[in-house]
Ligand binder design. Sequence first.
Ligand code: HEC
Ligand code: HEC
Length: 152
Amino acid sequence: MKTYFLLSLLALLAIPASAARMAMPADTPKSYEAECASCHMAYPPGLLTQKNWQNIMSGLDKHFGTDASLDAKTESEITQWLLKNAATKQKYAAFAPENRITKTAWFIRKHDEVRAEVWKRAGVKSPANCAACHTDAAKGIFNEDNIRIPAK
Ligand code: HEC
Ligand code: HEC
């Protein structure tokens, strides 16, 4: 009984510890939620490198086919915060092609079981639409237990 209790305690402690690496940092500025989560979810800064975030923030007027420009003050606040919290963990620290999380080697590997047809379902639309399948994506939680793939 005592061992069981200890083990469950360890399990409880282990989940937040691993999930926290991708979670939204506690110092997330309001401007990030306001400006970078209106067209898509607020991507956790730890999923791209500093160079990728720099590229994204210096090209907001031509942002994946849309204009996401900001005033200089907001742009600078968000940029500094993104750079401070960018990927450091080896796994995510490789430069992402096209500045897309969805083009990284780890993303492609982790999703190799998702069939091409699934990405195109109306309820998914795009691999960048993380929250379509990861029910707690907004909190930066991507583990297997929190996935529900839309049936269509
Ligand atoms: C006007 C709408 C709009 C705003 C505002 C916006 N984005 Fe985007 N963003 C897009 C679109 C459209 C895509 C491409 C989505 C797709 O491929 O499905 C995108 C893609 C991205 C991607 C790549 C996703 C992938 O494929 O891995 C990142 C990273 C990103 N945006 C970051 C930001 C940041 C940071 C901000 C705030 C400074 C921001 N976005 C604001 C429209 C927007
Ligand atoms: C079509 C549904 C779908 C979309 C959209 C999607 N994923 Fe996933 N994701 C999955 C599935 C399925 C797995 C594999 C889970 C497994 O290994 O059992 C997965 C695995 C992952 C993992 C590994 C989890 C682990 O515990 O090893 C991460 C991290 C992840 N996704 C992040 C993302 C991010 C970030 C986005 C958006 C940029 C995204 N996913 C978009 C379905 C999706």
